[in-house]
Design a protein. Structure first.
Lengths: 330, 170
């Protein structure tokens, strides 16, 4: 380094000098700042508190008549469905068939990530013992510890959420099945005795309404599009259909939480969900696949932490940076 | 600093209401309907905000901006709490907020849907009665229900051919 106040003088001097944002007469960057000098569009950023508790000030007392650990596991189930589905959707970023759908899939992924964050935070608040232990002094908040420091067998999502992406039609089918089940489930969950779950569900219903419509419209469009779009749609439906029954089967934790007035037994919404799926199939003129359910292993499925190999691979990519820096601040 | 609590509350509210949304800076948090209340207890200011969408990435910035502006205004102990219920609705955007949106080329939401019973599936695109915020033309077409921020849809005016964002009804 030299003391030359004009280090750019010389062979590569630019034809225009760099604007000085501190000039008293103003600069071209002023418009970016607006009236609030803290909202920097460039340069030194203010200190952000991104790790703030998403449930700050929310009463997270566990309601009477429910086991705190079961409540936490139930929140993990709903949160992990959203987390894993969100990650698969986010894999489309910059790869979707067109810009509008790239933006749409990212938006849906963001909604689901927000739901996941609230639900994982609720799980941690209900029973801190579900949160992986990190080194002393780690700034990683509990919901991030749950997302980034659990092994695949610790996740409780349904397997439909985790199978690898195929083509766009495959994503439309998956999103349709997941959204149909989740929307109906969240509608019921708005009546939960757990006020945090009820509130998260209330917000989620509004978001899922858009997700389900998006998937349903694309399903119809692809079914009635070209021979090729229909072939791909039917292939996606055929591949994913065996994972659909798992969405509507109850794990013992779900059954017990439903009995306590906290959760929803997926088996009780089966007919309502299936009626919507059937409506989309019928409108699209697509035959209901005849394939049976993909069995679990010794009766264990995604809700028990029994997953396909794809989830481990997905987590390896999703978690690698966080795991390399357990003391990192972001 | 005055010691009378109602005055303090009003002063804190007046500071909080002026904080703007980081993604739509033409709107204050009050105009967006995100600011749900300001209380002062024993010198501690507690501001309640609600997210527009579950994954709204602007929440942390809103929180930081509220704390900073109130601290600058002389309030030493500021807390921001999240209020998840009732869920945010676009109906909470104030008249002034709607005018600010229009002035900045964004189309304001109409009344959010009220429903009884299960949410109905809509396989046909939603028809919204809206006009191009630039030229006022009523001939507009929906490009996508999902726009550059979680709360907007994308439209295109067939009159002036310009694209514009519409704040969605939720």
């Amino acid at each position: 380094m030299t003391d030359d106040p004009h280090p750019l003088h010389g062979a590569h001097a630019p034809s225009h000098s760099a604007p000085d944002p501190n000039r008293s007469e103003g600069s071209i960057f002023d418009g970016l700042l607006g009236t609030d000098s803290s909202q920097w569009a460039f340069g030194a950023a203010p200190t952000y508190s991104h790790s703030e508790d998403p449930l700050a000030g929310v009463d997270t007392t566990v309601p009477d008549g429910v086991d705190a650990h079961d409540l936490a596991v139930y929140c993990l189930m709903l949160g992990d469905d959203a987390l894993v589905a969100s990650n698969r959707l986010a894999e489309w970023s910059s790869r979707a068939p067109d810009l509008e759908d790239d933006v749409a899939l990212s938006n849906i992924a963001l909604d689901l990530l927000g739901q996941a964050r609230l639900l994982l935070a609720r799980a941690a608040a209900a029973d801190p013992s579900v949160v992986p232990v990190l080194p002393e002094g780690s700034p990683v908040p509990p919901e991030d510890a749950l997302a980034f420091f659990r092994e695949a067998h610790g996740l409780r999502n349904v397997r439909l959420a985790e199978v690898p992406n195929g083509d766009f039609a495959h994503t439309v089918v998956r999103l349709l099945l997941l959204s149909c089940a989740r929307l109906t489930l969240l509608e019921r969950l708005t009546g939960s005795r757990d006020r945090v779950l009820a509130a998260v569900a209330g917000k989620g219903v509004k978001e899922l309404t858009y997700h389900r419509d998006y998937a349903g419209r694309w399903f119809l469009t692809l079914a009635r599009g070209t021979e090729e779009s229909r072939r791909r749609l039917e292939a996606g439906l055929d591949e994913l259909w065996p994972l659909y029954p798992e969405l509507l089967s109850a794990h013992p934790v779900e059954t017990s939480l439903a009995a306590a007035g906290i959760g929803v037994d997926p088996a009780t919404i089966r007919d309502e969900v299936d009626a919507v799926v059937e409506q989309v199939l019928a409108t699209s003129g697509v035959e209901r696949p005849r394939r049976g359910a993909l069995a679990g292993v010794s009766g264990r499925t995604g809700r028990d932490g029994l997953h396909t190999e794809a989830l481990s691979r997905m987590l390896a990519e999703m978690q690698v940076v966080a795991r390399a820096h357990p003391m990192g601040r972001w | 600093m005055p010691t009378c609590a109602p005055d303090l509350r009003q002063r804190a509210y007046d500071v909080a209401r002026g904080v703007t949304d980081p993604e739509m800076p033409m709107l204050t948090l009050e105009d967006l309907g995100v600011l749900r209340g300001v209380e002062v207890h024993d010198g501690t200011v507690v501001v309640a905000i609600t997210p527009t969408y579950s994954g709204c990435p602007a929440m942390a910035t809103m929180r930081d901006d509220l704390v900073r502006r109130l601290t600058e205004a002389g309030f030493d102990d500021v807390r921001v709490r999240v209020e998840l219920h009732p869920a945010w609705t676009s109906d909470w955007i104030t008249e002034r907020g709607r005018r600010a949106l229009a002035e900045h080329g964004l189309s304001a939401p109409s009344t959010a849907p009220r429903r009884r019973g299960p949410v109905a599936l809509t396989l046909l695109p939603v028809r919204r009665d809206l006009r191009c915020p630039r030229c006022g033309c009523a001939e507009v077409e929906l490009t996508s229900e999902f726009g550059p921020t979680a709360c907007t849809a994308l439209y295109r005016c067939t009159g002036c051919l310009e694209p514009f964002q519409h704040v969605k009804e939720i």
